[in-house]
Each structure stands twice: as C-alpha cells, then as structure tokens.
Ligand binder design. Sequence first.
Ligand code: PMP
Ligand code: GLN
Length: 382
Amino acid sequence: LLSPDGTLGVTIFEEMTTLALSTGAINLGQGFPDEDGPAEIKAAAQSAIAQGANQYAPGKGTAALREAIATHQQRFYGLNPDPDTEVLVTTGATEAIAATLLAFIQPGDEVLTFEPFYDSYGAIIGMAGGNHVTAPLLAPDFLPDLAELEDSFSSRTKIVLLNNPHNPTGAVFPEPVLTRIVELAAKYGAIIVSDEVYEHLTFGVRHIPITSLPGAAERTITISSAGKTFSFTGWKIGWLSGPAELVAAVRTVKQFLTYSSGTPFQSAIAVGLALPDEFYTGIANTLRHKRDILAEGLRAAGFGVYNPSGTYFINVDTAPLGIRDSVDLARRLPGLVGVAAIPVPVFCHPEGAERTRSLLRFAFCKKADVLEEAAARLATLK
Ligand code: PMP
Ligand code: GLN
C-alpha cells in the first residue's frame, strides 16, 4: 500500500531518516523542523504536567483546546464551529485522516485524491477497503486540469480527500480550483475531507479553507495539526471540524483508535492557538526566507526548481543533471553527497510515478546554515 510496488513496508520517511542517520547526512527528507516552537507553548505543557493534567482527556478533546480551535477558525476564516459538537481533537492529523476514512468508507467506495498524495492516504484507504482513484496535479503549478476533473468522479465517489496547501508539491489551491471541487462533490454526493495542516505556511498567497466556499460547509471535514503550525511534530496533537453529524461519526471511530489524545499537550496548544498575529506572520516569513535560501542553492546545483507557494517542501527536477530516476537517486544521495531527500514517485500510483519519475522533494524547515551546507554539498553532484 505504501510503495509503488504495492507492498506495505516501512514508510518512505522512516526509510530516509534511518538512512540519513546511518550515513550522517543532512536530513532534508522527513518534514520536521530542527528548532522547537515557541517557549511559552513548551512552558504551558510543563506547567500542565506539573499541575496534574496527566490522566485521560475527554475523548473529544479538552474544552479549552476545542474552544481555542473554534476561536481560531473564527479569527482567521470567519467560521463558527460549535466547540462541543463540531470540533474533535485527534492524535495528530494522521489519526484525523484515518478516523474520517474509517468512519465513512465501505468496501468498494471510491476515494478521490490528487496525485502525488500524502503517503498515509493510500494506506488508510486500503485499510478501509476503499478504491483509491487519483487525479493528477500537473507541473509546473501542480494544479488539477479543471476541464478533466469530472472524469475522476463517479456515482461511487464517497470522499474527495484534498490536501491544501499540498504536500509534496507545495501548491496552494486557488479559489477557482476549490470552487470546482465543491461543485463536483455536490453533484456526485461526496464528502470533502480537506487536510489543511500547512494552513499557516503560505508565501504571499492566501490560504482558502474549502469549507468557507458556498455549498461546501455541509459536506466538509477540515483537518489541521499543531505539528506544522507550532513546530511540535512530536506532540501529535491534531484536530478536525465540520458539521455535527459528520464529526460525531468520526468521534465514534476515534474512541476505538486512541480513545483520547495527550492531555498536557492539549492545554499547551490551546495557548499556542491564541498567540498574536505576529506569531503567525512570523512563521510564514521565516519559512519563506528558508525556502529562498534552499531554492537558490538547488538552482545553483543544477536542479530544475519548482518554487512552492506553501508548505515546507521544494520539488526539483533531476533531469537537467542527467538523472532520470529520483527513487534511485534518493537511495544513493546520502552516501554520495551527505544529503537526504524524498523521491516524489513514492507518493504516486504507477502512472503518476512515471510522470514524476525525476522529481525529488527537499524539506526546508531547517536552520539557514544547515540549508546552505546542504546546497553546497548538492552542488558537488554536477
Ligand atoms: N497530512 C499531511 C499533508 C502531512 O504532511 C502530514 C505530516 N506532517 C500529516 C498529515 C500528519 O500530521 P501529524 O503529524 O499531525 O499526524
Ligand atoms: N509529514 C511529514 C513529511 O511529509 C512526515 C510525517 C511522517 O514521518 N509520517 O515529510
């Protein structure tokens, strides 16, 4: 399920991080920051632990965090989810995705994702017994062809699983694309599941939650995660919001996956969500600067660079260096020059893997000097 040859092995992130560790390479593969998030959020977790917030949280999440999530949706997008019935805290976005698909997919139902797709989507669709249908995102912008998108829908389409801003390509979907997805989901009676974990990591373009568009809210579950926004990927606090009936169905599944999620971290993330606007603009500006450092270095190293509008990933084409197979290159790169990256074909079914065969993903959520050193090492490939 996880790899192009159809086997459920170790995830590509685990494989490349292990390789980076064993070779001592700079790890620009697995997407995690090399600096922790705000000190006040850490202090809030420590104080919650000291004050005894160490037993099970309520299954749907602590009241403080659900209220903070609802307030965040209002503050940034003018949305008004009810914190009691329309918000659910999860163990990372990964659990939100799994619980949502398990809640709604019956064997034989179709789940439409864009391709390349985040690796857990294919695995969970398989575990739920669904059929995974894909619509390609096309270079250079990595957006779908709107004239052809309807061809990917059918009467069996149960869920459109969207990731915006998009991992691995860094695309941020503009309003016309989102509007077309809503129209088609409504026409075919599909639920929209929108994974927006990179909602605050966009560079000069506005993130539009698909649920905010006309006709979308009644059929949309929106997923996010503290890992990305606050740089605490190891805390595994995520959440989702949507109409009460849909959220209740997901909550039922979540009860039997994890029951509840880390109590002291929930208190701390509630503090994080209330941080002032400068925090949110600050993370985007800092990342944009890092993106520019790595993009320039990759261009100088001879790659074809696709500049992302969001996320913390850059895709490059290895073909200008005479390298056609990014999966093979990714396995050799740590030993060759001391840098690890993720090959894009692993986020695809065979046809998509062929289309993305020379694409490689680098994470730039790292310190500037680390990015500069990685670029210098990659320049020796030429
Ligand atoms: N969705 C996407 C698109 C991601 O890139 C990731 C990983 N960072 C996740 C979901 C999983 O998020 P979490 O670590 O909160 O489970
Ligand atoms: N989301 C991160 C990435 O895309 C990795 C998460 C994981 O290791 N599962 O790199």
